[in-house]
Design a protein around this ligand. Structure first.
Ligand SMILES: NC(=O)c1ccc[n+]([C@@H]2O[C@H](COP(=O)([O-])OP(=O)(O)OC[C@H]3O[C@@H](n4cnc5c(N)ncnc54)[C@H](OP(=O)(O)O)[C@@H]3O)[C@@H](O)[C@H]2O)c1
Length: 216
């Protein structure tokens, strides 16, 4: 059994990571900014309040955890991309304060920096809307930052280009820097199967201080 704290607990992806963790019998602390927005109850689940941009809150929440997951960002507003790279820095600063008891950090990344079959990065695809490009590059900046971190155990997990609510099949493929596409050229994953991959990585770490991607 693993003690897992999840920032972004009210979100599309964070909530399903919590579901998958609870399903496997782990102990989960859902970290929220506004407890009124998180009403789920389950054995093994507790709720804690904290802003991911506050390193002291990260330290407080992370104490006694084996793993801290961050699935923050989201929405269509400018707050989305503005959260991602500062959150990476605050998470690292907050975990560093725990010195040699720092839990592992597992973060939800972005698909923008992955390489396409054509050899470009996804964010070089013509015609992408500006707000999406900004979010992609924010994830790229966060990943660049994580790659400078050598004193913590971190893993950044890029979803497929398209991730949406769907079915938990338990099946997925992984890759390092390359966007995974199916025979039709589509890069997709359900949030449920992405959450399976996150929990598989937590239970069986294979990508310490690396980014990897998950898709069908
Ligand atoms: N293909 C892709 O690469 C792809 C696709 C989708 C999503 N993503 C990434 O996955 C992440 C999660 O996406 P999502 O769709 O699950 O988003 P979402 O449903 O909008 O959820 C975002 C979560 O972040 C939390 N949050 C925002 N700022 C916070 C802060 N300062 N402190 C603590 N929590 C904070 C929100 O909490 P509140 O309830 O308090 O607002 C919410 O729980 C984002 O980084 C997004 O860019 C990547």
């Amino acid at each position: 059994m693993v003690n897992i704290a999840v920032f972004g607990a009210t979100g599309n992806i964070g909530s399903r990571i919590i579901d998958e963790a609870l399903r496997r019998g782990h102990t989960v602390t859902a970290v929220v900014r506004d407890p009124a927005k998180f009403t789920a109850t389950a054995p093994g689940l507790t709720v804690s309040t904290g802003d991911v941009l506050d390193p002291a809150a990260v330290t407080a929440v992370a104490k006694g955890q084996d793993v801290v997951v961050s699935a923050v960002g989201g929405g269509d507003g400018p707050g989305h991309q503005a959260t991602i790279e500062p959150a990476a820095r605050a998470l690292v600063e907050g975990l560093r304060a725990l010195v040699d008891q720092a839990p592992r950090l597992v973060t939800v990344g972005g698909a923008g920096s992955l390489r396409t079959p054509g050899g470009q990065q996804v964010w070089d695809t013509p015609g992408l809307p500006e707000p999406l490009l900004q979010i992609m590059h924010a994830h790229g900046e966060a990943l660049d930052y994580y790659r400078t971190v050598t004193d913590l155990d971190w893993t950044n997990i890029s979803p497929a280009a398209l991730i949406q609510p769907g079915t938990r099949t338990g099946g997925y493929r992984t890759a390092g820097e390359d966007l995974i596409t199916d025979e039709a050229g589509n890069s997709t994953i359900s949030i449920e199967d992405y959450a399976v991959a996150v929990l598989d990585e937590i239970e069986n770490p294979r990508h310490s201080r690396q980014r990897f991607t998950v898709a069908y």
